[in-house]
Design a protein around this ligand. Structure first.
Ligand SMILES: [Zn+2]
Length: 58
């Protein structure tokens, strides 16, 4: 089976469609201490409105 490349994503913050790869942002939370696993991977709009606060990002 041949997979089609992804062209659109849904923003995990606001639920709206992310129309292009350039408009998207992949982010995650750092673990509570260095060396612990990152978590909370998600795709959101490339904007402050949808991204985690910078204090929570890795
Ligand atoms: Zn969004």
């Amino acid at each position: 089976m041949k997979l089609q490349p992804l062209a659109q994503w849904k923003c995990d913050a606001c639920g709206q469609i992310i129309a292009s790869p350039e408009a998207g942002w992949v982010e995650w939370m750092a673990g509570p201490t260095p060396g612990t696993k990152a978590h909370g991977f998600r795709i959101v709009h490339n904007s402050n409105r949808c991204q985690y606060p910078s204090s929570a990002r890795a």
